[in-house]
Design a protein around this ligand. Structure first.
Ligand SMILES: [Zn+2]
Length: 312
């Protein structure tokens, strides 16, 4: 995946690595000191990553300027400098000029959004019913931060939450939401979905999708909503831990297929695991997200003969 670097930089810039157990038993002053030091370290790491991302962006813009044949902004006869060429569009959206149908054309690095044939989301249907391996969810209370990044609300984790299947172990990096759900099942839509993004040591991605139904309030999601940052792209670091084992549905049957990221750069080779049993959020909890993001779902993509497997 050519944009893996962007992805991992983004994840890194938001990642945090508190260790709760290391702090247990210490007196509160020591805890405060340790936490302040950790926060300073996170801030420094975040700033360094921001600088790295900015450098990559500048290099890319320079490359595009060269490709267009322009070099530097030219001085006019009057000696004034003309406006520099417009930077390439890095912004995408869910409608209009920068909407999903245009993603692949906006930026050469996002070509897969247009040309890929292993894209997500899909309408899940005609899966072959087989005995699928049980996914081992090794989730535990962990420190987290919440970011409203302008595309979704995202919760980032440090190390500690893992899943394992097919002999591989994937670490939970982050989860985020879409409204409505991006994937459909036999044509049926859902009001929301949570995507839990995991990565293994070789950089392979596995996304667990939790479809959402309206019902009782969800305590994990409530903790996230309670900690929604007031400003975009400014992570909020709650004091409490989040226990992702509490968000999973009771039944562990799932659908699985190979797909892609559902946002630019639409990189393929992503293992998708869609849990069959939806989780529940209250109508109020769904309304809170819908108010922030009335529509942040990519339309379903062609299955193109892909195999879908499902638990019996
Ligand atoms: Zn997603």
């Amino acid at each position: 995946m050519p944009n893996n670097r962007f992805f991992s930089l983004a994840a890194l810039s938001l990642g945090i690595c508190f260790s709760h157990s290391a702090l247990a038993g210490a007196d509160s002053a020591a805890v405060n000191l340790a936490r302040a030091a950790e926060l300073a370290a996170i801030r420094a790491k975040h700033e360094q990553t921001e600088r790295e991302v900015a450098a990559i962006m500048r290099a890319r813009q320079e490359e595009i300027r060269r490709e267009r044949g322009g070099s530097r902004p030219k001085a006019s006869a009057a000696g004034e400098t003309t406006a520099p060429p417009a930077p390439p569009v890095e912004r995408w959206s869910y409608e209009g000029e920068t909407g999903p149908l245009r993603w692949g054309k906006i930026n050469p690095a996002w070509a897969k959004c247009h040309s890929g044939n292993r894209q997500s989301p899909i309408d899940i249907r005609e899966g072959i019913q087989v005995e699928l391996e049980t996914i081992n969810f090794d989730y535990r209370p962990a420190s987290y931060n919440v970011v409203n990044n302008g595309y979704t609300v995202q919760v980032n984790f440090g190390a500690g939450n893992r899943i394992s299947l097919t002999g591989r172990t994937y670490e939970l990096l982050q989860f985020h939401f879409h409204h409505p759900a991006e994937e459909t099942v036999g044509g049926r839509g859902f009001p929301m979905v949570a995507h839990l993004v995991h990565k293994d040591a070789e950089g392979r991605l596995a996304v667990v999708a939790l479809l959402v139904e309206s019902g009782n309030p969800n305590p994990v999601v409530q903790a996230v909503w309670n900690n929604l940052p007031l400003e975009q792209n400014e992570p909020l670091v709650p004091i409490t831990a989040l226990d992702m084992s509490q968000i999973l549905p009771e039944r562990r049957e799932y659908y699985t297929y190979m797909g892609s990221l559902t946002t630019p750069p639409c990189s393929e080779g992503v293992l998708w695991i869609v849990m069959k049993e939806p989780i529940k959020l209250s109508p109020q909890q769904i309304a809170i997200f819908a108010r922030l993001y009335p529509m942040n779902a990519r339309p379903v993509q062609a299955t193109a003969g892909r195999l879908i497997k499902e638990s019996q």
